[in-house]
Design a protein around this ligand. Sequence first.
Ligand SMILES: Nc1ncnc2c1ncn2[C@@H]1O[C@H](COP(=O)(O)OP(=O)(O)OP(=O)(O)O)[C@@H](O)[C@H]1O
Ligand SMILES: [Mg+2]
Length: 251
Amino acid sequence: MIELTNVSKTYETGNKAIKNINLKIRDGEFVFIVGKSGSGKSTLFKLLTRELKATSGEITVNGCDLGKIKRRNIPKYRRTLGVVFQDFRLLYDRNVFENVAFAQRVIGASNSEIRKNVPEMLKLTGLGAKYKSYPNHLSGGEQQRVAIARALINQPQVLLADEPTGNLDSYNTHEIMRLLETINSMGTTVVVITHSKEMVNEMKKRVITMDKGVIVSDDDSEVKEISVMPVNGNSGSRAKGRSRRRRDDGA
Ligand SMILES: Nc1ncnc2c1ncn2[C@@H]1O[C@H](COP(=O)(O)OP(=O)(O)OP(=O)(O)O)[C@@H](O)[C@H]1O
Ligand SMILES: [Mg+2]
């Protein structure tokens, strides 16, 4: 579960990138976050990875309060997340197998675990035949698959991706989105920031739209069901946020 309550982030420059956001993403959901350039999507992403700390408000991810987490516990927290970026961020002097195995070595997995887990993950991500290849010899779509395999190898509860298809053509965008959908169907919560309107329209998942640091729409189906009663005549994300919390309080 990811929950943001009245979260704001103001950069040192005075730039208010996130303004009083309320948001809840349940376990096992697949959520798109969309919005114009500069609307605060990556800032929200960095708040969730705890690269940034919120200026005010509360963020909890899988029961962990990110405002209270001690610096020394941040790496442990990050291991509960899988993180994927537009620019892949692979180790270019290591082959595909080693790129994925590296994430396992970091958490102290044994060689026998690595020999079992990595081939399974490469198979899932469609890279079984490429395990010896170096990233420079792979297509963009394949490189992103390696990044996704690496993000998933330690079985995170949540996969966060910031524009994972931003450098890919339409074919590879489809392939990566299908892979994310498969991963989600296996139980991982998936949060994807994207500019790809085509994919968002096609995949029929929950879509959160940001603009100038606020959530301007959120077609959360569960919230829709419980939002039939108008909240002070308001519509939009803030009213939805309130009704969602009220339901939870009573549940
Ligand atoms: N390190 C920073 N210091 C100051 N302001 C920043 C910093 N990073 C981002 N901003 C500002 O915060 C706002 C939100 O930026 P953010 O990167 O979150 O947008 P975004 O929605 O991810 O945009 P894009 O679609 O272009 O990636 C913008 O006005 C941006 O200029
Ligand atoms: Mg961004």
